[in-house]
Design a protein around this ligand. Structure first.
Ligand code: SF4
Length: 169
């Protein structure tokens, strides 16, 4: 399956715990003031890759702990991002997904493709970037309204459960 991406960052240590491959997807409708990556908004920008190739790239580095889907907004291309998430999880890697939607918006969207991507993610960093809540003290997120959510625990409990760092160490 094709996916349009803004870029890929190997050996990232800022997009989640451990050493990660960060996939910056192309396309975002949230238009947050102060967005760090406005070039990623245009749905026709970036370049096209296959999901198979991205999974292969993740498999090529044995040091990776996980893959981060970010952007842009991965939920702009939820089906392709879910294919990547499912593929890299088969390699034993964890998946962090960043989105401008809230967890509740995804759950209540009624969209199967949104749910497929949510269910294939271990952690969801949710919510729009809010400039007046920006903080450099926050780990793995830009503004204090955003939450770092343990997706599988949240789905089991029926409400958002925050991720705790000990999960992967
Ligand atoms: S969701 Fe992320 S990429 Fe999209 S506008 Fe907001 S900060 Fe930028």
């Amino acid at each position: 399956m094709d996916i349009r991406i803004f870029g890929i960052q190997g050996d990232s240590i800022v997009d989640g715990p451990g050493i990660r491959m960060a996939v910056f997807t192309q396309g975002c409708i949230h238009n947050c003031e102060g967005c760090h990556n406005p070039e990623s908004h245009d749905p026709n920008g970036g370049k096209v890759m296959t999901t198979d190739r991205i999974i292969e790239l993740a498999a090529e580095n044995p040091l990776y702990d996980g893959v981060t889907l970010t952007g842009g907004d991965p939920f702009y291309q939820p089906e392709a991002c879910a294919v990547i998430a499912e593929g890299v999880k088969k390699l034993g890697l964890n998946v962090w997904t960043f989105t401008g939607y809230t967890y509740e918006q995804i759950i209540n969207s009624g969209r199967e493709d949104f749910m497929r991507l949510l269910k294939s993610s271990d952690v969801l960093v949710d919510g729009r970037f809010e400039l007046d809540k920006r903080s450099l003290e926050l780990r793995f997120k830009g503004s204090s309204n955003q939450r770092t959510i343990d997706v599988q625990a949240s789905l089991a409990k029926g409400e958002p459960v925050l991720w705790e760092e000990k999960t992967y160490f």
